[in-house]
Design a protein around this ligand. Structure first.
Ligand code: DON
Length: 312
């Protein structure tokens, strides 16, 4: 992976420097407001958390502050659906970058209701349907699953966020009904949307998210609990999708600048992993025009540049 001497890397120093260097950028992003409750946040916040497979953790800034995980949670529902449906999942959702915004409806009709990938909203709604159709009490099941991955029983849904998503989620409702018309949604549309809005509305800190991503950096096994969540091959496939589709129509730019598989959310969080080494989460609510945290992408770019470690 690298000729960098990992023993010499002072992780705390690196993330302290990054936190200082990105400060001037904080005012340049735009906080998402298409879900009104999302705008209810301090745009000057910045947090960063690094979790190493050997158990060491390093944090700086607002790393303990809770934020709305939004699309980062799609990785957890995908993990659940993939472990339930195995490769049959890919009959329902594709594996190609969409090159379109995350909430776009444009490709769905041409492609007969099969979304391009599991991270655009249409794909995540199909994934949600897979979980809802195959689990009892699906929202509590996914919340408990995420709590277990993060090692934090206090992770909760933000109910005001949930209500706001539901009240303003007309595009998601359109996507779900449209896919239902193609037979690509099995369960009741409202039930599927409640599950999808529910996991997007979870509040987690950078520390929670970086811990919860560790299994993806470790071939599907959580390094602390030693529990296996995915096979090594499945973990490889999710990481590949994170690289190609995790930041939507900016995935090429993100790969170019950061060089890591990563997943963003419109709450301003971005989680990324370095296989065999660590997971990292950055959070800053101001977004760029693609819906990714403007300062968060820069912070991750600085992280791989300063440490000399990426997947390439
Ligand atoms: O469905 C939505 O629009 C949001 N719950 C999630 C979108 C999101 O986080 C896209 N990420 N950058």
């Amino acid at each position: 992976m690298t000729d960098v001497n990992l023993k010499d890397t002072d992780w705390q120093l690196v993330i302290n420097q990054i936190t200082d260097e990105v400060k001037p950028l904080l005012q340049h992003g735009k906080v998402a407001d298409y879900i009104p409750e999302l705008a209810n946040v301090d745009s000057n916040s910045f947090g960063i958390s690094v979790s190493l497979l050997d158990g060491r953790e390093y944090t700086c800034g607002d790393a303990q502050m809770k934020f709305s995980v939004q699309s980062i949670s799609k990785v957890f529902s995908l993990t659940k659906a993939f472990s339930i449906l195995q490769d049959d999942l890919w009959k329902r959702v594709g594996k190609e970058p969409s090159g379109n915004p995350f909430n776009s409806l444009i490709q769905l009709e041409n492609e007969n209701g099969k979304p391009r990938n599991p991270f655009i909203n249409a794909g995540a709604i199909v994934v949600a349907d897979c979980v809802v159709s195959h689990t009892e009490d699906s929202l509590n099941t996914i919340i408990n699953f995420i709590r277990e991955l993060a090692g934090n029983k206090d992770i909760k849904m933000n109910h005001a966020m949930f209500r706001s998503e539901k009240a303003f989620g007309h595009r998601n409702a359109a996507l779900a009904h449209f896919m239902k018309s193609y037979g690509n949604i099995e369960s009741d549309v409202d039930e599927v949307l409640d599950f999808y809005f529910g996991h997007c509305s979870l509040s987690m800190s950078c520390e929670d998210v970086s811990r919860a991503f560790l299994f993806l950096a470790n071939h599907g096994i959580h390094p602390i609990s030693k529990r296996r969540y995915l096979t090594a091959s499945q973990a490889k496939r999710i990481n590949s999708l994170l690289l190609t589709c995790g930041t939507y129509d900016a995935a090429g730019d993100f790969a170019f600048r950061v060089g890591l598989p990563g997943k963003s959310g419109v709450g301003g969080g971005i989680a990324a992993i370095i296989p065999g080494l660590l997971s990292i989460c950055v959070w800053s609510p101001g977004l760029d025009k693609h819906g990714n945290s403007l300062t968060g992408v820069k912070a991750l770019e600085l992280f791989t540049t300063k440490t000399g470690i990426s997947i390439f």
